[in-house]
Design a protein around this ligand. Sequence first.
Ligand code: ZN
Length: 284
Amino acid sequence: MKFCRYGSRGSEKPGLIDADGRIRDLSGVIDDVTVASIAGLSIDPETLPLVEGAPRYGVPTKGIGKIVAIGLNYEDHAIESNLPIPTEPVMFIKAVSSITGPNDEVMLPKDATHGDWEVELGFIIGKTARYVEEADALSHVAGYVLANDVSERFNQKERGTQWSKGKGHDTFCPVGPWLVTPDEVGDPQDLDMFLDVNGQRMQTGNTKTMIFNVAELIAYVSRFITLYPGDLVITGTPPGVGEGKKPNAIYLKAGDVMKLGIAGLGEQQQSVVEWRHLGDEVLG
Ligand code: ZN
């Protein structure tokens, strides 16, 4: 099944996607889409009311407690980044405050000149994972999501060793439109992925070229950080990011439009905007 949350920010309602890609209203069945509320839920979307129009998609699940991100997990991407191919997964924490809806604006940080894109397969943890064995790892996945691991390369790489500085800016983690259950995704290691900027194809990949697959990543991460239901793990990006472009790197500027997708997980589109002070506005 494909779950979603739709409506304006802060008042999203739960939805289910039907066979024609339309949103069905799930609010008569559950209050919100969380790992707990959808566990074991089996419902025919056609029995639910159709949602009229084209509402905003929110982040497809509520209750993301943390985001664990994997870097350099595609061999070609490590090469284009001029970094050695990892012998262990590169892991960093991406701030939860960077989460935003799949089609919301992406706002560059103040004075940013090195904004960049990363289409990624993400997954939401369905049950607590501590020292999980690889063979049992996939049973800990509640569902898969599309994510854009938006990055500011100068803050990521030129301000010390902590990637988190360039990864956690507000709006830097669009997630969605859907949370797709594992039975519907099938093999997570054979999904085509793409990302366009202003209509030009920048990234083309398939999850089969990951260095460490989803099961290996769950086993690995769970040795260092306990993963709780609702947590999000994003699994790295294929080649074609802006900093790797030849002969010159290409970076995001206000007015650019990113469009990205993964087979079966839907598509996102974000307009890039200049920094502005958000005050105490809460995103997500
Ligand atoms: Zn990434």
